[in-house]
Design a protein around this ligand. Structure first.
Ligand code: GDP
Length: 302
C-alpha cells in the first residue's frame, strides 16, 4: 500500500510550511492572521472551517507561545487533526455477508473524468492483495471506452468484469454482476456507474434505479463518491448534487498528488457529513491509499 504521508509531502507541504512560518512570526498581528486565513482559503479549506481554525489558533496564541517553532508545529498539528477528524470511521465496508451467503456491494459514483474507473481498478487490486474474490460491474454502459477500460483493469488485476451490450440498462448490468458475485461466492462486487451530469433528475433516476435493483439481492454496503481534488468549487458543487440524489457513505478524493489544495478534504466532509475514506495519489495501480487524518496532517507539516 502507498504511504499517504510520504506521497503527500511533495504537493501539500507548501501549505503546511507556509502556515508554520506565519504562525511562528515574532509578532502575530492582524495582518499575519489575515495572511494565515488567506493561506487556508487558497488551500480550499472553505470559509467556515477556516474561520473556526483561525479562531482556535488565535485563542491558543494568547496563552501559549507560538514563537517557538516546535510548539507552533505541535499546536497547529493538534488543531488540524481535530479539524480533519481523527475519530471518523473511515473503513470501506467490504466484508462479505457470510450468514446471508452474499458479497458486499460497493457502488462507485461520480462525474466522468474524476477517476472513477481508475479508483475501482485500484480498489480491486487492494482487495485482491488481501486475498479477496472480487467481481467488477461495468454499469457505465453509455461509454464503450469506459467498459473497455474497466475490463482492462479487471484483466490486469485478475478479476472478472460483468458487462452488458453497449447502451444496455446500467441497472440490469449491476443486477447481473451481483448475481454473478452471489453464484461465484465472491467477497465483494464493485459497481462502476455512469457519471453524466446533464440533469439532476436524470442522475437521480439512474443511480436510484441501480441501487433499487441491486437491493433485490440485499442492501448496498457502501456508496463511494469519487471527487477530483483539483477541481475546487466545481468538485464541491458535484458533491452537493450527488449528496442530494444518493446516500453517499464515503468519499474518495482523487488526484491529491497534483494539487496543494488539501483543504478540500475538510470542506467536502462538511458538505456531505461523511468521511473521506480513500485518496488517489497517482495514475498507477498502487496509487490508492486509505485516508488517515494524522498521516494526512503530518504530510502537510513535513
Ligand atoms: P472516470 O471517467 O471518472 O472513470 O475517470 P478515469 O478513471 O478514466 O480517470 C480519468 C483520468 O484521471 C485518467 O487519466 C486517470 O489516469 C487519471 N487519474 C485517476 N485517478 C488519479 C489520481 O489519483 N491521480 C492522478 N494524477 N491521476 C488520476
Amino acid at each position: 500500500l502507498v504511504r499517504l504521508r510520504s506521497r503527500l509531502a511533495k504537493s501539500q507541504s507548501t501549505l503546511g510550511r507556509g502556515l508554520l512560518s506565519l504562525l511562528s512570526r515574532d509578532r502575530l498581528d492582524d495582518d499575519t492572521w489575515e495572511e494565515i486565513e488567506d493561506t487556508l482559503l487558497s488551500a480550499d479549506l472553505g470559509v467556515e472551517p477556516t474561520q473556526e481554525l483561525v479562531e482556535r489558533l488565535r485563542t491558543r496564541a494568547r496563552v501559549e507561545s507560538l514563537a517557538d517553532a516546535e510548539q507552533a508545529r505541535s499546536i497547529l498539528r493538534e488543531e488540524l487533526v481535530a479539524l480533519v477528524g481523527a475519530d471518523m470511521d473511515r473503513r470501506v465496508r467490504t466484508d462479505r455477508h457470510v450468514s446471508e451467503n452474499r458479497p458486499a456491494v460497493v457502488l462507485v459514483v461520480g462525474v466522468n473524468g474524476t477517476g472513477k474507473t481508475t479508483t475501482v481498478g485500484k480498489l480491486a487490486r487492494v482487495l485482491v492483495a488481501e486475498d479477496r474474490d472480487v467481481v467488477l460491474a461495468a454499469a457505465d454502459t453509455f461509454r464503450a471506452a469506459a467498459v473497455d477500460q474497466l475490463t482492462t483493469w479487471g484483466e490486469r488485476v485478475g478479476v472478472p468484469t460483468v458487462r452488458g451490450d453497449e447502451g444496455a440498462d446500467p441497472a440490469s448490468v449491476a443486477f447481473d454482476a451481483v448475481k454473478t458475485g452471489i453464484e461465484s461466492e465472491a467477497d465483494v462486487v464493485l459497481v462502476d456507474t455512469a457519471g453524466r451530469l446533464q440533469t439532476k433528475a436524470n442522475l437521480m433516476d439512474e443511480l436510484g434505479k441501480i441501487k433499487r435493483v441491486i437491493e433485490r439481492h440485499g442492501p448496498v454496503d457502501e456508496v463511494l463518491l469519487v471527487l477530483d481534488a483539483t477541481t475546487g468549487q466545481n468538485g464541491m458543487a458535484q458533491a452537493r448534487v450527488f449528496g442530494e440524489v444518493v446516500d453517499v457513505t464515503g468519499i474518495v478524493l482523487t488526484k491529491l498528488d497534483g494539487t496543494a489544495k488539501g483543504g478540500i478534504v475538510v470542506a467536502v466532509q462538511r458538505e456531505l457529513g461523511v468521511p473521506v475514506k480513500m485518496v488517489g495519489l497517482g495514475e498507477g495501480a498502487d496509487d490508492l491509499a486509505p485516508f488517515d487524518a494524522e498521516e494526512f496532517v503530518d504530510g502537510l507539516l513535513e
